[in-house]
Design a binder for this molecule. Structure first.
Ligand code: ZN
Length: 256
């Protein structure tokens, strides 16, 4: 099997666009539609034509370019069943347990409500990649606009079940700001201290900090670490259950 190609490019202020391409079939998908001209330019640069849009959620910086791209390319739009009425031009509705194919590559779909009620993520186990939209970020997680901490924690647990070496493609470059918060709640986490320095160095050179890996997030992302005693002590939640520790961490970040 050839490799699955992921082409990453910046969009808008701090979004990332992703084109996913299967060389064997020649098929290409864009993960969300943050910026039609950036996506069109990327397609031109790679000499790829667009076959699919895989939407993660309804926000305008994720689905706002759907109709224009569909009009231009005739692509098929795949999106969350739970939010079908808010995904412009949706053709194929998917949810937990479903999968979508790009050539021979299978992307398993998981419902990850929390940031929005209908958020979904796409996991291609054979390629070792996950597209997580605004559910998980490098050192962060999405704001809870339409869900409860319990829902979001359950969503994050689905991602935590993926293999440790999974490359995590999130939708925004928020890592440097997230690192400042993470250090405030786990100031003595050695892995985090090292990572934070590497992030500052990368950003000083204008380099992306995405993708990340699940193993690195497990060691350093406070939203995935409710069982960390150090975190529990810092936020005054020693011995509380994961949902309550997660909820308090999210609340602190909202006011950071
Ligand atoms: Zn969003």
């Amino acid at each position: 099997m050839t490799t699955l190609q992921v082409h990453q490019f910046p969009c808008l202020d701090d979004n990332y666009g992703y084109l996913v391409h299967d060389p064997a079939s020649g098929l290409t998908a864009t993960i969300d539609t943050p910026d039609v001209s950036a996506i069109s330019n990327a397609l031109k640069e790679k000499h790829w034509s667009l076959d699919f849009i895989f939407n993660t959620h309804h926000h305008d910086d994720h689905a706002g370019g759907n109709l224009e791209l569909k009009e231009k390319t005739g692509c098929t739009i795949v999106g969350p069943r739970a939010d079908a009425d808010r995904i412009p031009g949706i053709d194929q509705q998917v949810g937990e347990g479903d999968s979508v194919m790009l050539g021979d590559w299978k992307f398993n779909v998981h419902d990850t409500p929390g940031h929005t009620r209908g958020h979904i993520v796409y996991h291609c186990a054979n390629a070792g990649v996950g597209f997580v939209g605004d559910t998980l970020f490098a050192l962060g997680c999405g704001r809870l606009f339409e869900g409860t901490p319990q829902q979001m924690w359950t969503s994050l647990e689905k991602i935590l079940a993926w293999p440790d070496d999974t490359l995590i493609y999130c939708a925004h470059e928020y890592t440097q700001a997230n690192a400042r918060f993470a250090l405030s709640v786990e100031p003595e986490n050695e892995d985090l201290l090292i990572r934070s320095k590497a992030i500052d160095a990368a950003r000083a050179k204008g380099l992306p900090t995405v993708p990340t890996t699940l193993s690195l997030e497990k060691k350093t992302n406070p939203f995935l670490r409710p069982t960390s005693l150090h975190l529990q002590q810092t936020i005054d939640r020693v011995g509380e259950n994961s949902v309550d520790v997660f909820a308090r961490t999210r609340e602190l970040k909202d006011h950071f």
